[in-house]
Design a protein around this ligand. Structure first.
Ligand code: SF4
Length: 746
C-alpha cells in the first residue's frame, strides 16, 4: 500500500496506528484525499466481550490535526540567539549534519563517549524510534551515558523486585473475576493506559464487583465506577494502608496460612536471621517498636479519611475475595513512592490475594507484557557501563563525575559530566523534568552542556534549547508497527499515508548521514533502509509464530491479534512454591527486606512504613504554603504531547482544580485567573472551583508547555515550574507530585 497520489480525488481509507506514549495501541483509519489526511476514524470491528474493539481515545482521533499542524518544523535550523531564546536560522541538511558530526566527535574525543546523553524521548513509540537509532550510532562510537528508570514508574519498577523478585501485575482481563477492586490514584477513564482498561473495569462492575477509588480528586474514573470515593491527602496512602493492616490484624482477618507459607517479615516468627526483635510488619502496625499503634484513629488526621471509614474499608477489603488493589503511577511519584508499592503488596499478601485469579496487587499501567514476539531495532552494546537514574540527569550535567552509588549511579563512576545531548521526540529536557527554573539555568550555561541536538515536529519548550534543530516526520508519514505495553497480544501496522512536508525526515536518515561522515555507515545501516529493518522485524516474528502474517499482509490488514487468556501475576509461585520460589534472597515475598534494612537508611525502613513527606501535609512549610499540589495527567494530552493542539484545548480547557472552601478563603471564583506559586516558581491558571477536589489540595495537570513571561511566570500553567528535583530515597525516582504551594487571584 502506497500513499495515495496528491492528484487522486478519491478518498482512501488506510489503517494507521496511534503510537503515543500511552500503554494502549489503538487502531486508527486515515481518510486520505488529494495527498491530505481529511479525517480519522477508529476500530469498527465487532465489539466482543473477550475481543473488544481497539478504539481510540480523543488523543488518537486528533492525530490528523497534529499531522496538519501549521506550526510543524519543516527545515533544519541552527541556533542564532542565546540558548533557550528560540531564535534559529534555516540551514541545509548538509550543514546541520556537518555541525552535529563535528560537535559529536569533539565531545567524544575531549570527554569520552560517556559525556553523550540520549535523553528520555517517548514522543515516538514506534518499532524503530529515533532514540533507538541514536543509541545504535553511539554504541558504534564506543557507547553513551545510559539511564535506568523512567519518569512514569521509577518507584514501581525499582521497589517491587525487593519484595516479590520482580514487578508483576495481573492483566486487566482478570478484573471481571474480582469481587472488590481498590483503585489507588488510578484513573484509567482519562489516562487509559491500556486500550481496554475501562472495558474490563466495566465488566467487573457488571459482574457485581464493588469499586473503591482513593484519590484527592473525584476523577472521571471515580465518577463512573466508584461505589465509594476516599479523597485522601496526597502522600498519605501508606498511612491509610497500615491503618487498614491494623484493622485486619486486630480483627484476625489476615490469611495467616498465606503469610506463613509465602512471606517473611510479617510477624516475629518469620524474620530473617540477624535482625533484632520487634521489627516485623505486625510489630510496626501494632506499635510494638515505636509505641504508636497504627490505628484508624492514628491515620485519620494524617490521611483526612475518618476512622470509621478506614475500619469499614479494611474489613470490606479483607472479606471480599478475590480483591485487587491497583495503584496508578501517581501515588509512586511522591516523596516516598517506594512505600506505596511495598504497603500495597503487603495488603494483598495479608489477605491472601496475591497469585489468585481476580486478586492481587497491581502497579502502574496494568499487566505485564503479553506481547507478540516482535523485536525492535538492534541498538548494539553500550561500551559505557555507568548508568544514572534518569531523574538525576541534571545532576549528571553539573556534577556527574562526583556522583556515587548514593546518587543511584550504577557501575560508576561517570567518566565525564554530560556534555552533549541528543533530544529526540522528547520534551523532558525542559518541560517534563522537575523544577524548570533550575533546569533552564543549567541548560543556558554553555560551559556545562556544550551541544544539544533536537529532533521534533514542533517547537516545544525543549526544542527551544536546541543548538541544532531538526524537523522530524510524523508517524503517518512513514510505515511503522505498534504493540501494546501490556495485557493484550496484537500488532497494529501503521501505514505511511502522506509524504512528509518540507524537509522533514525520520532520525534514521540523518543519523545514517552522521554515521557516513564518521566512516560508520556500513556498520550502522548494514545496507538497510528503515523499511528494510521493519521487514526484518516482521520476518523474525514470523519465524517464531507461523500464523504471523507476512509484511505485506500485515500492512494491508493493519492488525494481527491473538486473544490472550487472563494473566495472573505470581500464579506459579503461589501454586507451586517448591518449584517456583520468588526471585528474592529468601525465595519468599519479603515484607521485611533484609536487603533494604541493611542499607541502614532512615528513609528506607525494613518494612513498609508511613514516612511524612518533605512537602506533605505534616511539613513545617505548610505554614507558608498551605496547599498540596498534584500534577495528574490530563485526558487531552499524553504527557506534553497535544498541549499545543487547538482541538484539545476546545475539548477540555486547561484549568486548576480547587475546592470551594479553599477558593472562598482566597476570594477566588470559578473561571478566575490565579497565580499558583512556591519558592521554586509561579504559574498562571484558570481556576475551576469544584466540590470534586478535596480541600487543602489543588491540581494542575502536567504537560502544559512552559511559556514564561518576562518575570518567569508560566502563562500556560506548566506544573513543573513548581516541582522539586529532590529524588525519592531508594529508587532515585521523581517525586513530582510532592509539593506545597499557595494560590492567589492574579
Ligand atoms: S493515546 Fe493511547 S488510548 Fe489514546 S488512541 Fe492513542 S494509544 Fe489509544
Amino acid at each position: 500500500m502506497t500513499a495515495p497520489a496528491e492528484s487522486d480525488d478519491a478518498t482512501h481509507v488506510v489503517p494507521v496506528v496511534c503510537n503515543h506514549d500511552c500503554g494502549g495501541r489503538c487502531r486508527l483509519e486515515a481518510h486520505v484525499r488529494g495527498g491530505r489526511v481529511v479525517r480519522i476514524t477508529t476500530d469498527e470491528s465487532p465489539d466482543l466481550a473477550d475481543r473488544p474493539q481497539l478504539r481510540a481515545c480523543l488523543r488518537g482521533r486528533a492525530i490528523g490535526s497534529r499531522l496538519n499542524d501549521p506550526n510543524r518544523l519543516l527545515y533544519p535550523m541552527k541556533r542564532v540567539g542565546a540558548r533557550g531564546e528560540g531564535r534559529f536560522e534555516r540551514v541545509s541538511w548538509d550543514e546541520a549534519i556537518d555541525l552535529v558530526t563535528s560537535r559529536l566527535q569533539r565531545a567524544v574525543k575531549t570527554y569520552g563517549p560517556g559525556s553523550v546523553f540520549i535523553h528520555h524521548g517517548n514522543g515516538d513509540e514506534g518499532a524503530i524510534s529515533g532514540v533507538a537509532a541514536a543509541r545504535r550510532l553511539m554504541n558504534l562510537m564506543g557507547g553513551h551515558l545510559a539511564y535506568y528508570n523512567s519518569y512514569t514508574s521509577a518507584c514501581l519498577n525499582y521497589t517491587a523486585p525487593f519484595i516479590t523478585g520482580r514487578r508483576d501485575t495481573s492483566s486487566y482481563q482478570t478484573l471481571p473475576h474480582s469481587k472488590l477492586i481498590v483503585l489507588n490514584g488510578f484513573n484509567p477513564a482519562e489516562t487509559i493506559f491500556e486500550t481496554n482498561s475501562c472495558h474490563y473495569l466495566a465488566r467487573a462492575k457488571d459482574a457485581g464487583a464493588k469499586v473503591i477509588v482513593i484519590d484527592p480528586r473525584l476523577t472521571e474514573t471515580a465518577a463512573t465506577f466508584a461505589d465509594e470515593w476516599l479523597p485522601l491527602k496526597p502522600t498519605t496512602d501508606v498511612a491509610l494502608f497500615v491503618a487498614m493492616a491494623h484493622v485486619i490484624v486486630t480483627e484476625g482477618l489476615q490469611d495467616q496460612a498465606f503469610l506463613d507459607t509465602f512471606c517473611i517479615g510479617f510477624d516475629e516468627r518469620h524474620m530473617p536471621d540477624g535482625v533484632p526483635e520487634g521489627l516485623s510488619f505486625r510489630s510496626y502496625v501494632l506499635g510494638a517498636a515505636d509505641g504508636t499503634p497504627k490505628t484508624p484513629e492514628w491515620a485519620a488526621p494524617i490521611t483526612g479519611i475518618d476512622a470509621a471509614t478506614i475500619r469499614r474499608v479494611a474489613i470490606d477489603y479483607a472479606t471480599h475475595k478475590p480483591a485487587q488493589l491497583l495503584q496508578g503511577c501517581g501515588p509512586q511519584r511522591h516523596a516516598y513512592g517506594e512505600q506505596s508499592v511495598r504497603a500495597g503488596i503487603t495488603l494483598a499478601c495479608m489477605t491472601g490475594n496475591l497469585g489468585r485469579l481476580g486478586g492481587g496487587w497491581g502497579g502502574g499501567e496494568g499487566g505485564r507484557s503479553l506481547g507478540l514476539p516482535i523485536g525492535g531495532f538492534p541498538t548494539g552494546t553500550n561500551g559505557v557501563k555507568a548508568r544514572i537514574p534518569v531523574f538525576l540527569w541534571t545532576d549528571a550535567v553539573v556534577r556527574g563525575t562526583e556522583m556515587t552509588e548514593r546518587d543511584g549511579v550504577k557501575d560508576g563512576p561517570l567518566e565525564s559530566n554530560i556534555k552533549f545531548i541528543f533530544n529526540i521526540a522528547g520534551n523532558t529536557l525542559v518541560n517534563q523534568h522537575a523544577d524548570i527554573n533550575r533546569t533552564v539555568a543549567i541548560l543556558r550555561d554553555e560551559r556545562l552542556v556544550e551541544f544539544i541536538v533536537v529532533s521534533d515536529q514542533l517547537l516545544t519548550p525543549s526544542a527551544r534549547f536546541a543548538d541544532v534543530l531538526l524537523p522530524a516526520d510524523h508517524s503517518l508519514e512513514r510505515n511503522d508497527l505498534g504493540s501494546p505495553w501490556t495485557g493484550e497480544r496484537y500488532v497494529v501496522f501503521g501505514n505511511k499515508v502522506v509524504e512528509p512536508p518540507g524537509e522533514c525526515c525520520h532520525e534514521y536518515w540523518w543519523l545514517s548521514r552522521v554515521a557516513e561522515r564518521l566512516g560508520l555507515e556500513p556498520a550502522f545501516t548494514e545496507g538497510k533502509t528503515r523499511e528494510d529493518w521493519l521487514r526484518q522485524i516482521v520476518a523474525e516474528a514470523r519465524a517464531g509464530d507461523a500464523s504471523f502474517p507476512d509484511y505485506d499482509e500485515l500492512r494491508s490488514q493493519g492488525l494481527y491479534r491473538k486473544t490472550p487468556e487472563p494473566y495472573v501475576a505470581f500464579e506459579k509461585e503461589i501454586a507451586d512454591p517448591a518449584h517456583h520460589p520468588f526471585a528474592t534472597p529468601s525465595g519468599r515475598i519479603e515484607i521485611f527486606s533484609k536487603t533494604l534494612y541493611d542499607m541502614q537508611h532512615p528513609e528506607i525502613p525494613g518494612v513498609p512504613s508511613y514516612l511524612a513527606a518533605w512537602e506533605g501535609p505534616e511539613a513545617d512549610l505548610v505554614g507558608r504554603y498551605p496547599l498540596q499540589c498534584i500534577g495528574p495527567h490530563a485526558k487531552t494530552r499524553i504527557n506534553s504531547t497535544y498541549d499545543e493542539n487547538g482541538w484539545m484545548e476546545e475539548a477540555e480547557p486547561r484549568t486548576m482544580w480547587i475546592s470551594r472552601q479553599d477558593a472562598a478563603a482566597r476570594h477566588i471564583a470559578d473561571g478566575d485567573t490565579v497565580n499558583v506559586f512556591n519558592d521554586r516558581g509561579a504559574l498562571l491558571a484558570r481556576a475551576r472551583v469544584t466540590r470534586r477536589m478535596r480541600p487543602g489540595v489543588v491540581s494542575v495537570p502536567q504537560g502544559a508547555w512552559y511559556t514564561p513571561d518576562e518575570h518567569g511566570v508560566c502563562h500556560r500553567g506548566s506544573v513543573n515550574i513548581l516541582t522539586s528535583q529532590r529524588p525519592t530515597p531508594l529508587a532515585h525516582g521523581n517525586g513530582q507530585h510532592t509539593m506545597l504551594v499557595d494560590v492567589r487571584k492574579a
